[in-house]
Design a protein around this ligand. Sequence first.
Ligand code: NAP
Length: 308
Amino acid sequence: MMEPLFDKVAVIGLGLIGSSMVRGMKKRDLAATVTGFDGSAEVRARADVLQFCDVIAETAEDAVTGAQLVILAVPVGAMAAAAQSIAPYLADGAIVTDVGSVKAAVVRNVASALPEHASFVPGHPVAGTEYSGPEAGFAELFAGRWCVITPCERSTDASVEKVVALWTALGSTVETMTPEHHDIVLAITSHIPHLIAYNIVGTAADLEDVTQSEVIKFSAGGFRDFTRIAASDPVMWRDVFLNNKDAVLEVLGRFSEDLAALQRMIRWDDGKSLEDHFSRTRAIRRGVIDAGQDTADPDFGRYHGDSD
Ligand code: NAP
């Protein structure tokens, strides 16, 4: 059997992503011991019952003492507080990484809170579901998905190598880019789509001439897929928009212009332009399927995985 990559790993935040990482690491024997900690006593108790960690620590100090790798898996807005809570207890040479959906703000807030003897490798697994909490996690969440690593001034080559090895062992393909580039790419591929979903579901709820039961009854017309995305965790997504403000506003400006162009095509009965536009977007969908990021099954064919 292969040697584990790490002796002791500490995971701070035992929600969907943190608990999936623990499950994935344990299933593949990537760490001899995984200690989990969550700021919420209730989440700690639930994680204890689920038994996916070797140890559930009662404090951040107990969790990170002696750990070679510490994973911050808390909402983006809580990263600074989580980093401060572990900083005094980090072992010499400890590697800290995170899984936040925004990178430039996390680099700013976390790097400055960590002691010189620790390195920091910012990361973002581009994998998730609309569920949250320790019950929602599963070992295969990251298999066949991308993970973006955005090295910063506090990342040593050796620490980047270790974190890349971890994600690769969890089944992900790793791509490296700057935090700023990550934020603009994710603004268009993830953040704006979520904002559109939150908006359209809100609009439907507020329409006076259409009843709620009609919205639900006829949701298979397209609305249903937006409701799935709009069910995503409110705290996580509040933090994403507040911390990726510049990139989101920049892409939203472009989006609004393009929406106005579509509006004009409809107003002026410009069927040719509408059809051309929809043909172009259909080709993008084919590209997503060809790249293995979704299946061609109807209803998006999404695999939500089993808890294990
Ligand atoms: P989650 O299921 O809500 O879990 C986060 C957990 O962290 C909660 O139990 C929370 O407790 C705890 N927490 C908050 N502040 C803390 C602190 N200072 N110290 C210790 N624990 C703390 O969230 P998640 O979906 O796993 O997301 C975690 C991170 O992954 C976020 O940064 C998110 O941007 C990123 N991410 C999410 C997805 C996704 O699809 N969900 C995908 C990729 C990356 P309380 O609830 O009591 O605050």
